[in-house]
Design a protein around this ligand. Structure first.
Ligand SMILES: NC(=O)C1=CN([C@@H]2O[C@H](COP(=O)(O)OP(=O)(O)OC[C@H]3O[C@@H](n4cnc5c(N)ncnc54)[C@H](O)[C@@H]3O)[C@@H](O)[C@H]2O)C=CC1
Ligand SMILES: CC(=O)C(=O)O
Ligand SMILES: [Mg+2]
Length: 572
């Protein structure tokens, strides 16, 4: 984030209260005038540092930690102490530090959340305290104008499953600030603690969440609804972001609330959008149309179905075919292999119904005794042009499967999207080698470039929803849209696809580099807000031409500014 002009802030906090408030703390960067005015002279060592000096020191301290999990813990502590320093440091080393505060390292931090716990960092809403939910909500949000609420019930975190804790909501919220410039004072991370079915957590006396099996059914729905209604009542223009809910709840909650509030499910819609942009870029390289693809999706959960629907909708809008026609291009597999009629209702979730393959299409393929058809069998018969993994099954795209795919298509498009890195369906270098360097690749977590024959390198794009969700959410907040519509998401997706390096050079990456994620997300946000204005869902009365300037002005930047002591000034 480029530094803007230095703003002046009126601040009411003094002394220790100022130094322990992460929003306002400057540490050694308080000037001598500020130290006098705020009672800090005796509380700080002599030298006044610049933010650059502080970043240098913090970076050195970070390097002293021997592994990524410890670095994650160190950065978390820094976030608890000083937001400007934290966000400046990460922005300056974005590509190096994103994998520490997000996937893959955040997965380890979340798995160890209770053991690493130091201090609270958001709103903890726990089922046994349902009666006091409104008081708890107001206590945590008093005096704040919340634009963004990120919530999770922590049932399906990344690919590591039921973990409890606020970690993923907090990490996703941090990424909104880092990549879209959402003011962290106006964001709220929420854990909806309805218990956990993770036996290890239930047995662990250090587990900090509610040690009780997950609440389901009417009790769950009532609890979630109470929370959503509080968000709607107190922050009607906010974006409500759902993260890492179990697949059934993910779809149900999205459908239930999206007509009434600006609601977004990242695993469904964010992943769908970034993957559609990635595939649009790849079909540009293969000089084919979206609708001409045969797409195999391995893992038909939140992400798998979200991608399928988004790419299907892309075929409908871009290639002008009916949804029924486009549905036929997809072959979904889940735990019981290919999703086909004879698996029966007990093995096929209702929301997959549009994509169930007819049995007679597979009469020539020998199913196993349970009637299941494997990925290899599907690849052999379908000869897919695109193979997507969101199954959490590391290594599922074996050499045999990848080589089989490459026999039938010149440039196989292979997207192992499961996170964290150890759960990727195939290592990009392996997929590259098994296809003689022909595969067009993108992954869910960052990987180094693939070494090609002859010493060239192929850059593996990171197809992670963080390349688009901060922009989608920021665009909706900026436009004060009461709903986040499919057409707004498509506008953001098209803007991302237009920025793909492979459009200019087919040997280049399928998506923009994560080092450019702040600029990319700003472009996405502008496209989303413009679309909201155009379709009349915006709550602002700007012209489309004004959006860029408004977006840049709205962004929070990690700069200190000058403080003036004022008892009526900022206190939170
Ligand atoms: N790259 C990105 O931006 C994103 C990546 N993901 C990743 O995708 C993976 C799935 O995430 P969600 O869809 O949210 O989880 P989910 O739990 O909703 O979906 C996983 C699906 O895989 C299926 N599955 C499990 N074992 C299987 C097997 N042996 N064969 C075929 N299918 C199998 C499950 O039944 C389930 O339907 C996770 O690793 C997650 O980190 C999720 C969202 C975004
Ligand atoms: C990236 C993300 O949202 C996930 O892996 O669940
Ligand atoms: Mg997720």
């Amino acid at each position: 984030m480029p530094p803007g002009p230095s703003p002046v802030f009126r601040v009411a906090l003094r002394g220790g209260s100022l130094l322990t408030n992460p929003r306002w703390n400057k540490g050694t960067a308080f000037t001598n005038e500020e130290r006098k005015a705020f009672g800090l002279t005796g509380r700080l060592p002599h030298r006044v540092n610049t933010l650059d000096d502080q970043c240098d020191r913090a970076y050195d301290q970070l390097q002293a930690h021997e592994n990524d999990l410890r670095k994650n813990t160190f950065l978390q502590s820094m976030k608890d102490q000083n937001w400007v320093l934290y966000y400046s440091l990460i922005s300056r080393h974005l590509k190096e530090l994103m994998p520490i505060i997000y996937t893959p390292t955040e997965a380890d931090a979340i798995a160890n959340y209770s053991h690493l716990f130091r201090r609270s960092e958001g709103l903890y809403l726990t089922f046994p305290h349902e009666d006091t939910m409104e008081e708890d909500f107001l206590e945590q949000t008093r005096g704040r104008d919340i634009d963004l609420v990120v919530c999770s019930d922590a049932e399906a975190i990344l690919g590591i499953g039921d973990q409890g804790g606020i970690g993923i909501a907090s990490a996703k919220s941090t990424v909104y600030t880092l990549l879209a410039g959402m003011d962290p004072s106006n964001t709220l991370s929420v854990t909806l603690d309805v218990g956990t079915n993770n036996e290890d957590l239930l047995k662990d006396h250090l587990y900090v969440g509610w040690p009780h099996e997950r609440i389901r059914g009417e009790d769950y729905d009532r609890f979630i609804d109470k929370f959503v209604q509080l968000v709607r009542k107190y922050f009607p223009h906010s974006l409500l972001h759902f993260e890492d809910f179990g697949v059934t709840n993910a779809y149900r909650l999205l459908e239930r609330y999206r007509k009434h509030h600006s609601v977004f499910n990242d695993d469904v819609q964010g992943t769908g959008a970034v993957t559609l942009a990635c595939i649009m870029s790849a079909v540009g390289v293969t000089k084919s149309r979206l609708v001409d693809q045969r797409i195999v999706v391995y893992g038909a959960g939140s992400a798998g179905l979200g991608i399928t629907r988004q790419v299907r909708d892309g075929m409908v809008t871009i290639d002008n075919v009916s949804a029924e026609e486009a549905n036929k291009r997809f072959y979904l597999l889940d735990k019981h292999g290919l999703v086909k009629q004879s698996l029966g209702a007990s093995n096929i979730r209702g929301d997959l119904h549009e994509f169930v393959r007819p049995d007679d299409e597979w009469s020539d393929v020998e199913a196993n005794p349970n009637g299941e058809i494997t990925l290899l069998q599907v690849v052999k018969k379908v000869q897919p042009t695109v193979l997507i993994g969101c199954s959490t099954q590391g290594g599922a795209f074996t050499e045999e499967i990848v080589r089989e795919m490459a026999k039938h298509v010149d440039r196989p498009i292979i997207l192992p999207l499961s996170n964290p890195s150890k759960l990727h369906e195939v290592k990009p270098q392996d997929a590259n080698d098994w296809t003689d360097g022909k595969a067009l690749l993108a992954t869910g977590s960052p990987f180094p470039p693939c070494k090609q024959p002859g010493g060239k390198e192929y850059i593996v794009a990171e197809c992670n929803n963080a390349l688009i969700y901060p922009g989608l959410g920021f665009g909706a907040v900026l436009a004060q849209s009461r709903t986040l519509t499919d057409t707004m998401i498509v506008a953001g997706t098209r803007r991302l696809a237009a920025l793909s390096p492979a459009l200019k050079d087919p040997d280049d990456a399928l998506l923009p580099d994560f080092g450019d994620a702040p600029e990319v997300n700003l472009e996405v946000a502008i496209a989303v807000a413009e679309q909201a204005i155009e379709e009349g869902s915006a709550g602002v009365d700007w012209k489309k031409e004004e959006v860029r300037e408004k977006a840049e002005a709205f962004q929070w930047k990690p700069i200190y500014g000058t403080y003036v002591y004022d008892t009526d000034g900022e206190q939170a």
